[in-house]
Write a protein that binds this ligand. Structure first.
Ligand code: NAI
Length: 336
């Protein structure tokens, strides 16, 4: 099948070429983001293949459907950037990569926790300037601390396993209990109790109308002073303005973000010669106890290989008339 790829980065070429050796799809690769303006690039293609910063809203879907596109392939697990109802209405199938190395994201999450706790980002700069003083670098033992894991699906489960290895007490919040997490010692509690008792809170739920701005001023009020918050899920689960207020009042002791609500206009490109206009984002970067990474939690060799393999397998299965059921994104998934 002929697939129009949007938002393609150089690092994706190798994994997709290798994954396509046995499948022989035609890959039309574009660095442009999908939008109403760039939709015509998909003329003559059966499918589009998009990443998290692409615009897959109703108007774009209409444009793609008018061109004869029948399939939307997501190079991601998250699908909050797709108007699934509009896709269904126009008869387009949406297929995602639900699981590609949850270890990649879980390990990055714990990396952010350790870096923030032991101030490794600050220590790195100090030592390079021959400042070997320790003042200001004091951390705490992870052992014995309470960590709240919001969302215990594939990624949250691996986070629970790593934290259990550290000897943390793990509180979990998820409408669905994961027995593996329970066997690792996690205790399922209501979200309010998790907020109130956790020294560290880490977010691994999808972005839905229910989880949008889950971390807002009201949630922060419930938390311990000096709480560490980590978000590697989706940016809008956190209300950025509320966490800035929480950092200024020192309610939040440390913040690690791999995702940001307005990241589509920032991440995945080099803006080092640009004056960034997003004042909320720039304020976040000024705090010494904030680390922002630009949506790189997924970025391991194993994960890239998994994304490429599953994406092209999704295309092949769709072509043969039997899309892999677990990978289909439908409106029932949002409702459920
Ligand atoms: P998953 O679908 O396996 O697990 C998500 C879990 O969240 C499920 O157990 C679900 O029941 C739970 N959940 C749903 N609503 C909830 C709520 N209101 N409160 C608490 N839990 C709730 O998903 P997976 O693969 O573990 O991904 C988790 C998140 O990580 C997603 O938001 C995804 O978009 C994000 N992600 C981020 C990446 C990155 O590079 N930063 C890469 C891959 C995924």
């Amino acid at each position: 099948m002929r697939i129009c790829f949007y938002s393609v980065k150089l690092f994706e070429h190798g994994p997709f070429d290798r994954a396509n050796e046995s499948r022989r799809h035609t890959l039309d690769r574009h660095s442009e983001r999908l939008s109403v303006k760039t939709a015509p690039l998909a003329e003559g293609c059966d499918a589009v293949c998009v990443f998290v910063g692409d615009d897959v809203s109703a108007s774009v879907i209409d444009a793609l459907a008018d061109l004869g596109v029948r399939l939307i392939l997501l190079r991601s697990a998250g699908f909050n950037h797709v108007d699934v109802v509009a896709a269904e209405r126009r008869g387009l199938t949406t297929l995602r990569v639900p699981a590609y190395s949850p270890h990649a994201i879980a390990e990055h999450t714990v990396g952010l926790m350790l870096a923030l706790n032991r101030k490794i980002h600050r220590a790195y700069n100090r030592v390079r300037e021959q400042n070997f003083a320790l003042d200001g670098l004091l951390g705490f033992d992870m052992h014995g601390k309470t960590v709240g894991v919001v969302g215990t699906g594939r990624i949250g489960e691996v986070v629970c396993a790593i934290l259990a290895g550290f000897g943390c007490r793990v509180l979990a919040s998820d409408p669905v209990v994961n027995d593996v997490c329970v066997s690792l010692g996690a205790e399922y509690v209501g979200r309010e109790r998790l907020f109130a008792e956790s020294d560290i809170i880490t977010l691994h739920c999808p972005l839905t109308p229910e989880t949008k701005h889950m971390i807002d001023a009201g949630a922060l009020d419930l938390m311990k002073p000096g709480v560490m918050i980590i978000n590697t899920s989706r940016g809008a689960v956190v209300d950025s303005r509320a966490v800035i207020a929480g950092l200024k009042s020192e309610k939040i002791g440390a913040l690690g973000l791999d995702v940001y609500e307005e990241e589509a206009d920032l991440f995945f490109r080099d803006l080092s010669d640009t004056v960034i206009q997003d004042d909320v984002f720039m304020r976040l970067l000024t705090f010494p106890n904030v680390i922002v990474t630009a949506h790189q939690a997924f970025f391991t060799r194993e994960a890239l290989r998994g994304i490429a393999d599953t994406t092209l397998e999704n295309a092949s299965a769709f072509e043969s008339g039997s899309p892999i059921a677990d990978n289909v994104v439908s409106s029932s998934l949002i409702a459920g």
